[in-house]
Design a protein around this ligand. Structure first.
Ligand SMILES: [Zn+2]
Length: 80
């Protein structure tokens, strides 16, 4: 589609001219960019998996919140 034709049809309907169309387009683009930035920040600020502790017995990588090693069953003392 041609933007010229669109503007010629839309402008009289809406009672606005090229400048208004451009301003609206810019405002729309800015809004889209703001939404994208918010979405990217929200997804990147998601909680990480967390520090991974290693089992002192079998060196299996274990979540520090685990009560016991899933590999060998070695019990963990909560560090906090
Ligand atoms: Zn273990």
């Amino acid at each position: 589609m041609t933007l010229d034709l669109l503007a010629q049809r839309a402008a009289p309907m809406l009672g606005i001219g090229w400048m208004e169309l451009i301003v609206l387009a810019v405002i729309g683009l800015i809004a889209i960019v703001i939404v994208l930035v918010i979405v990217v920040r929200a997804s990147s600020s998601a909680p990480p998996v967390g520090p991974v502790a290693n089992c002192p017995v079998c060196h299996h990588a274990v979540s520090p919140w685990a009560a016991a090693c899933p590999q060998c069953g070695h019990p963990f003392q909560q560090q906090r």
